[in-house]
Design a protein around this ligand. Structure first.
Ligand SMILES: Nc1nc2c(ncn2[C@@H]2O[C@H](COP(=O)(O)OP(=O)(O)OP(=O)(O)O)[C@@H](O)[C@H]2O)c(=O)[nH]1
Ligand SMILES: [Mg+2]
Length: 781
């Protein structure tokens, strides 16, 4: 980034760093980039944004004419966000003969749709998109077989599916395991694995495939067909006709027990569907349909978990009756809470009660004691009554749940009562608004709009920073050097870095203390908690298979319907996690301020002293403008990276434990025959007992090491990048390229004002010389 045009030179590294953090995190980029910061001569000046300035545009010390179309009067009328971006782009183009500042392509907001099989996730997705049966639903048993990601098609007007397939080797390995499992006739035979194996093999190769041996199957012509099919790792389907598209895609995502053969879902890792004409909802949002069943495939389960950690919002979907009754739709979520909170970035949860039209009014009136004779439209009244009741019950449950702890406020949790069927079918007694689908759509629209505004504001700010840099070239180099010296930017940088270093050290001490307590607790109780987890509750029949599967899967067992989850690594990590949980949530909150967070410290970091916030001279004003915008870009990129890095810090505890236990799991998985369960149990317990001191201390040290690395990376990035910014603001001056762009900067400031009208202002400054010099900068994540 910040090699903002050292006069006549450009950096060899990518000048568009800030606009591509999507592809490469800033801190990583920083690591690779730092040693190669070389300056090479170039014909034209190049800014950090990669804009080359047309020398013919330069007019020494003279004000340039301003195009009528973008004169002051034209920006009085309210503009849409896209119009504002376009205006800013035109202004840039006028000045630099270039519009190469890209609108940020940072990661989209991901919403995970999450719930047990058959609760109505896919139907809900189709209703939200206003396209009936768009995502397959309503099969017998589990329907959606693979993670399906839905986003806007921003390139053409086709429906497109990108299907990521397993490799030929991966599939062959899976097949070999299936046949081994099927032929197992020992007491360890795992019926659940066999059921899944049969489902997959028959779905692909046809009804009788499960009766064949692996050799026979390999001789089947379908086998060869599928092998050649797997030679490409990705399949693309594209069609402008929705129903044809849906039919084509179904065989890759739908799980169906009817007409076995030629259902390809067993070969699919994940599917991304891109829909045209839905920018309004999905330009900056991804919806994830997370299937309600697992298939014991580690690849898919890992993918499922990692997708969960990507979600900035989660929709928990539950049949309204289940949400009210005691059956607990929070089960899976409770287990995943760490992937969402400290190990993730979930900022809000919507609890969505589905199938509200599904109602037996006679029964309901009786149980809710509604007066029969006084009600006109009985069905509707019952539905709405039950909706209210469900909302109250679910909110009560949330108040008392673990999940609440990951949020700072209550308004990050909302309850909806929807009917996807009634949204499409007006004979089902409900008005469109009563199905609450429009309310969810509005929420999506609002979220999409707010991201769009954030990106627009960043874009206009970048343009303003760029022009401020050009403008500061107006001034005499000696004067500039004096101003830069007077303002002691270098000294401020050193001072701020020292303060930040101190902050990190104090946080380190807090974490170390919590972890030490956690290690002590873990050492004391790990054997007992291991015993508890690996001992069956009442009926122990079949438990040896579960234990075998747990060992094969390196300590974790999920039943097919995800209703039984046993995770020894998580159990062992529990005490350390518990002891750092509160501090960790304060240091790395998913949203908001805690007074102790790394993000707040970074936001505070500045080399512009607060007492020089009202610049004495024009020259300083433009230099500060430039520095401030560069700082903001850098800080926003760092804050985005921190979210991913903190996930790694938190999960390092469990990863250390898995690594320490790995050889024991392998050994235990190989135990077979009579008394195998007892031997497995003993092996696990003895290993935990022998390793406990070493293992938990290692986990503690690993977490602290990762935290220290984060500190070092942040300090290094701030130091290197801001030194570059200081250097380039000092050297941005030339006799040839002096150009007055003050009018353009004012225009950009007015555009920023329009963008900020309905936003809380950050860093508001008073008017100066009749011009408003608002910073209007935020470090949006
Ligand atoms: N009455 C009624 N039935 C619904 C509604 N939404 C979904 N269903 C039915 O519920 C069943 C399951 O719906 P799906 O959308 O496939 O459920 P899912 O959660 O995606 O299930 P998996 O893909 O197996 O995880 C289907 O038979 C749907 O027709 C609704 O609003 N009202
Ligand atoms: Mg589904």
């Amino acid at each position: 980034m910040a090699s903002q045009g050292t006069q006549g030179y450009k950096l060899t590294s990518s000048p568009q760093l800030y606009f591509s953090t999507h592809d490469q995190p800033f801190l990583e980029h920083q690591k690779q980039r730092t040693p190669s910061l070389r300056l090479v001569p170039s014909q034209s000046r190049t800014s950090s944004d990669g804009i080359s300035i047309d020398p013919t545009m330069a007019r020494q010390g003279t004000k340039r004419k301003i195009d009528h179309e973008t004169s002051d009067s034209s920006i009085e009328t309210p503009l849409t966000t896209d119009m504002i971006v376009e205006k800013a782009r035109q202004i840039l183009q006028r000045v630099s003969n270039s519009d190469k500042i890209d609108k940020d392509s940072r990661k989209k907001a991901t919403i995970g749709i999450f719930g047990k099989s058959g609760e109505g996730k896919s139907s809900l997705l189709s209703a939200i998109l206003g396209k009936q049966n768009f995502v397959p639903s309503g099969c017998f048993g589990a329907c959606t077989a693979v993670i399906t990601q839905v986003e806007a098609n921003l390139t053409d007007s086709n429906y497109t599916a990108e299907i990521e397939l397993f490799s030929k080797e991966e599939w062959e390995k899976e097949l070999t395991i299936f046949f081994r499992v099927r032929e197992d006739d020992s007491e360890d035979r795992n019926e659940e694995l066999i059921e899944i194996a049969v489902e997959k093999v028959t779905a692909l190769y046809g009804a009788d495939a499960d009766q064949k041996t692996l050799e026979e199957l390999k001789n089947d012509e379908k086998f060869a067909k599928i092998e050649s099919f797997l030679s490409t790792s990705k399949k693309i389907i594209s069609n402008s006709n929705l129903s044809e598209f849906t039919d084509d895609v179904a065989s890759y995502i739908q799980h169906s027990e009817s007409s076995p053969g030629d259902w390809f879902w067993p070969l699919v890792k994940s599917v991304t569907i891109k829909i045209p004409d839905c920018n309004e909802f999905l330009e900056h949002i991804v919806l994830l349909d997370l299937p309600g069943t697992g298939d014991c495939s580690k690849t898919r389960d890992d993918l499922w978990k990692s997708k969960l950690a990507e979600c900035s919002s989660v929709w928990i979907v539950s049949d309204i009756n289940r949400a009210i009754t005691d059956r607990d739709p929070w089960g899976i979520l409770k287990h995943c809470i760490e992937e969402l909170g400290p190990g993730g970035k979930c900022k809000s949860i919507n609890f969505i009660c589905t199938k509200t039209d599904d109602m037996n009014q006679q029964e309901y009136m009786r149980s809710a004691r509604l007066p029969r004779d006084q009600i006109k439209d009985q069905k509707k009244t019952c539905i709405l009554h039950r909706n209210e009741h469900a909302k109250t019950r679910v909110k009560e449950k949330f108040q008392n749940s673990e999940i609440k702890k990951i949020f700072n406020t209550d308004n990050q949790f909302q309850v909806f009562t929807v009917s996807s069927n009634a949204f499409f079918d007006c004979n089902l007694n409900l008005e469109s608004s009563e199905t609450e689908i429009p309310k969810l759509q509005d929420d999506l629209r609002t979220l999409n709009k707010s991201i769009n505004r954030e990106l627009a504001r960043d874009y206009v700010n970048k343009a303003k920073g760029h022009l401020s840099w050009i403008q500061s070239g107006q001034f005499d180099k000696d004067k500039k050097t004096i101003e830069m010296k007077d303002n002691e930017f270098e000294k401020n940088l050193k001072k701020s870095l020292t303060e930040l270093d101190k902050y990190f050290d104090s946080i380190y001490k807090d974490l170390e203390q919590c972890l030490s307590k956690g290690v002590e607790e873990a050492v004391n109780s790990c054997v007992a908690s291991t015993k508890k987890l690996i001992t069956p509750n009442k009926d122990g029949r079949g438990f040896h298979k579960v234990l075998g599967a747990l060992c094969k899967n390196y300590g974790c067992y999920w039943s097919k319907n995800r209703d039984v989850i046993l995770d020894l690594n998580k159990t062992l990590a529990k005490h350390l996690h518990k002891c750092i949980y509160n501090d960790f949530c304060q240091i790395f909150p998913v949203s908001g301020k805690t007074g102790k967070s790394v993000q707040e410290q970074i936001d505070k970091f500045s080399i512009i002293q607060s007492d020089s916030a009202y610049p004495r001279s024009d020259i300083l004003h433009y230099i500060q403008n430039f520095i401030k915008i560069e700082e903001t870009k850098l800080k926003a990129a760092l804050n985005r990276d921190i979210v991913d890095i903190k996930k790694g810090i938190y999960s390092s505890i469990q990863i250390t434990i898995v690594n320490e236990m790995a050889s024991c799991y392998q050994q235990a998985a190989a135990v077979t025959g009579t008394g195998s369960m007892k031997r497995m149990q003993e092996l696990l317990i003895t290993t935990v007992d022998n390793k406990k001191h070493d293992m938990f201390n290692k986990a503690k040290m690993e977490l602290l090491k990762k935290f220290t690395n984060l500190k070092l990376d942040i300090l290094k990035a701030l130091k290197n990048e801001l030194q570059e910014v200081i250097k380039s603001s000092q050297s941005q001056t030339s006799e040839k390229t002096r150009m007055d762009v003050s009018r353009e900067i004012e225009e950009l400031e007015r555009l920023l004002e329009q963008l900020s009208d309905c936003w809380s202002l950050y860093n508001k400054k008073p008017k100066r010389n009749g011009t408003n010099h608002k910073g209007n900068i935020t470090t949006a994540q």
